[in-house]
Design a protein around this ligand. Structure first.
Ligand code: DGY
Length: 436
């Protein structure tokens, strides 16, 4: 099987990128290495100089290209990845598998490629790498994407994908074709691309295997949480765009078991906490105060009081899920006040989680994140089943409801009911841990 490995990049350490390119070029399963640049800059020039020597040493083709304008939103990571999909598709002789890896991974090794190839040999359409992450990292993944998928499609594979925003993955030729044919995927030129790949894969019934990379992805982490504002908005917007979609497949989804988490991941601090506390006081407007009235009282008054002194106690798991529903209904990504409000709500949530759970240690923090997602699936899933029973009762022609453990989870009417969840219909979410 001929495979192409793609590294999308922007401004990175040239030595790290080149080390990764050499690893890929040397790998026996790889025929072509593709570097897709966000634009021409120092990193681009530095890499360009080294390509002929790497090609010669490995007898492999190395392509360096600036990303095309493919989508219609902010030009970003989505355009980079979708440009790679097009290059892969048109390449001759035909290639069979496309891998993506972030160019800045310091812990990248041939194993990342071999594991994905082994799994694709078992004919999975999509192989996703997942790995241990610092307890203060991945706060868009957990608080936005995993909570959103669990709220909207609690019974579907999408609610169980470990790292739905992960940029390390292998696509079969079939998966590439599914994505190229999906207008939602191709228009997504920004950070929302990973959400769309995950959603389109599940919706179209592609088989998915999540493989575990125990050494984790050591890369540069963030300053204050403000560094993540654009990503947060674009990832939330991506979930909001698909909130009414029906998923009527339950494709194969396997997850390799995790292993012990290395000490450098357990001890890594994901963001600058002191810098982030300031964020709750910044950039307030009267419009944001008005928008806050849409939220439950406790959230609105809690966030308002954080203007004077850093406060976060009001944003426990239950409050966040309630706020999430209001956001799904009302958020407008083209309104800067909505963007800033979403950002502040999320900052208060991340700080609450940090102060209440990360302080108790790595294992306690991770177990809380998992419990939060599980609780959302439970409360949202129960509501789906309840609605389904009501529907069956009111339509005697449908007959007796099937056992909840089997066909309940795959019948069409559930999807139609489920598609409406998260829009103010779900029962209140109860956290197992009382708020402080
Ligand atoms: C996430 O949440 O996964 C983003 O990469 C930010 O850490």
């Amino acid at each position: 099987m001929a495979s192409l490995v793609c590294f999308p990049f922007k401004k990175e350490r040239i030595d790290v990128v080149l080390k990764n390119v050499r690893i890929a070029a040397k790998h026996s399963r790889v025929s072509v290495v593709l570097l897709v640049a966000a634009g021409k800059n120092e990193t681009y020039e530095g890499i360009a100089k080294e390509i002929p020597a790497i090609e010669q040493a490995n007898g492999k083709k190395i392509i360096l290209k600036v990303q095309e304008r493919v989508g219609s939103l902010r030009p970003g990571k989505g355009d980079g990845m979708n440009s790679a999909l097009k290059i892969f598709h048109d390449y001759r002789p035909k290639l069979q598998r496309l891998h993506f890896y972030d160019a800045d991974i310091e812990s990248f090794s041939p194993l990342w490629i071999s594991k994905a190839e082994d799994s694709a040999d078992l004919e999975y359409d999509l192989v996703r790498h997942y790995f241990p992450r610092s307890s203060t990292d991945a706060q868009i993944t957990w608080q936005v994407t995993r909570v959103g998928f669990s709220l909207l499609w609690p019974h579907k594979n999408i609610a169980h994908i470990q790292q739905p925003l992960g940029g390390e993955l292998l696509m079969s030729r079939r998966a590439v074709k599914v994505f190229l044919d999906s207008p939602e995927v191709m228009e997504r030129s920004d950070w929302g691309i990973d959400t769309m790949y995950t959603f389109a894969a599940v919706k179209s019934g592609l088989s998915i295997n999540e493989i575990y990379v125990p050494q984790g992805k050591l890369h540069a982490l963030y300053g204050g949480l403000r560094d993540l504002k654009t990503m947060l908005i674009e990832c939330f917007d991506a979930v909001q765009t698909i909130k009414k979609e029906i998923i009527d497949t339950n494709s194969v989804h396997h997850v390799q078991a995790g292993e012990a988490v290395p000490v450098e991941v357990r001890e890594k601090i994901g963001y600058d906490i002191e810098k982030s506390l300031e964020l709750l006081r910044e950039n307030w407007t009267t419009e944001q105060e008005t928008l806050l009235k849409l939220f439950p009282d406790r959230i609105a008054s809690g966030l308002m009081s954080a203007r004077n002194f850093p406060k976060w106690g009001f944003m426990d798991e239950a409050a966040w899920v309630n706020a999430y529903r209001v956001l799904l209904d009302n958020f407008d990504k083209d309104n800067e006040d909505w963007c800033e409000l979403l950002f502040k709500l999320w900052v208060s949530r991340v700080i609450h989680y940090t102060m209440r759970h990360v302080l108790r240690g790595y294992d306690a923090a991770l177990s809380e994140l998992n419990a939060m997602v599980r609780n959302v699936q439970l409360s949202s899933g129960k509501k789906v089943i309840q609605k389904r029973k009501e529907l069956v009762k009111s339509s005697p022609l449908i007959g007796e409801p099937p056992s909840p453990t089997t066909s309940y989870l795959s019948a069409t009417s559930e999807e139609q009911i489920g598609a409406g969840l998260g829009l103010g219909e779900t029962p209140p979410f109860h956290s197992s841990i009382p708020s402080v």
